[in-house]
Ligand binder design. Sequence first.
Ligand code: SER
Length: 565
Amino acid sequence: MDRKELIKKFIDFFKSKGHREIQNSSLIPENDPTVLFTTAGMHPLVPYLLGQKHPQGKLLVNVQKCVRTDDIDEVGDETHHTFFEMMGDWSLGDYFKEGAITNSFEFLTKILKIPKEKISVTCFEGDKDAPRDDESAEIWKKLSINKIKFLPKKDNWWGPAGKTGPCGPDTEMFVNNVEIWNDVFMQYNKTEEGKFSPLAQKNVDTGMGVERTLAILNKLDDNYLTDCFLPIINSIEKESDKTYGKNEKDTKAMRIIADHIKASIFILGDGIVPGNKEQGYILRRLIRRAIRYAKDLGEKFSVEEVAKPVFEIYSDYEHLKKNKNKILDELKREEIKFLETLEKGMNIFEKLTKGKKEIDCKDAFLLYQSYGFPVEMIEEECKKRKIKFSIEKFEKECKVHQELSRTATAGKFKSGLADESLQTTKLHTASHLLLAALRIVLKDKEIIQKGSNITPERLRLDFNFPRKLTDEEIKKTEDLVNKQIQKSCEVIRQEMPIKEAKEKGARGSFDSKYGENVSVYTVEDFSKEICAGPHVKNTCELGHFKILKEESSSSGVRRIKAVVE
Ligand code: SER
């Protein structure tokens, strides 16, 4: 079975059970400042798992592109990836354990035709936060699955994805001892204080990895041999004149290149460019790491040639097809920049080591960290010049810096996934008022949101406009928003088909990402936006609105940071 067939079977099966297919969301979480990438199918659904009504209904299904960078250093074996696709289905307060497990069983045995003798499962053994999940085990037994193990939280509990949010016990399914699927029963909300409070609705969230499932179904013990990867591996073989699987070192390099280039293409496809911060930094790291390993395989290596099969494997992603040239150009540009950086690093290396018998570990770290100079290259160049390089001392130095950066990163996750606090809710509504005010003050009806990022501290709104705003315009915009706040206007939410929303003059981008039915938030005749929310009930809750900064975001796009106090 190949990738497209598997995905189709999954979606069709759940559609036949009354589920609606929802969009495959962007890799960049919308309005979620606490994580850099979409890490699971449930991630874009957090507000709905917490109780908000989903415009597509209670039963959903999709395949979701995901990026997980936590174990980027693990990539290189048969099963680890930074980019992967997850098939998932959800019940938002509709059926619960019985429905979920019966569906999973039917899909595995009837559609994928896996003999039930090969299936084993695990269930949650219970602890102080939640009881032992005998209910799931009984349902499995009724379906004549008797290989059941009870395991603790570290194995049979999923979520929250960040520090807080929806989570719950899960039951995992294995085929010949390899995990194939995970049914999570999201019925708890983990709070800031680390408590598990029951959610208003009991949800089902399941996730099945496309790559791993294909490997299992095709009896492969290496995900890179499935059709999600093989064409990329083949083009790497061609570029390097090396054979996959022949020796460990080259095979590992090929997997890293294939994985990282694929992930980079998808991240570029969602509008990120290489940079020194956040998603842009991860992207840069992925591309450069791939190039480094490519260099090890052969000098004539072309990243572009390796990238091309990705577009064929994932031809069902329209946005990749549309942006193919742009993506390839960006990859090429980063490759050139990296090669220049390496050259510069080489000069620094010469200066730092001139007349020395040993390279200082701090200097080695500087080369590695600031000039992106690969450790293996430091090692090689030292060897050539008979300069001593202590890898132990270097690693010690790295550890010191890792600790520092880990502490910094931990801060990023402080507020947990999908911070639904009152402050962010207020800022969501403030963004709508701000957009509407900008249209009036700048006399430009075509102004739309080009990007938004909300933290509990501030809102950040990007919008299309060709020039800097004057101080007077900023003041007028602020005043207009504050006027709406003082008027105490009700914020009304209505659900309607997208066509009707458009006819009624609602704003927002009208692409497929919203699905057929949308939520429209209206503030008198001042603002009408298509939006997933959440919003306050009345504008008076916002207090006072203040613009902190107006600046350029990119060509033709301005950025405003603002607060409510
Ligand atoms: N959220 C769960 C996972 O990522 C199930 O979808 O495995």
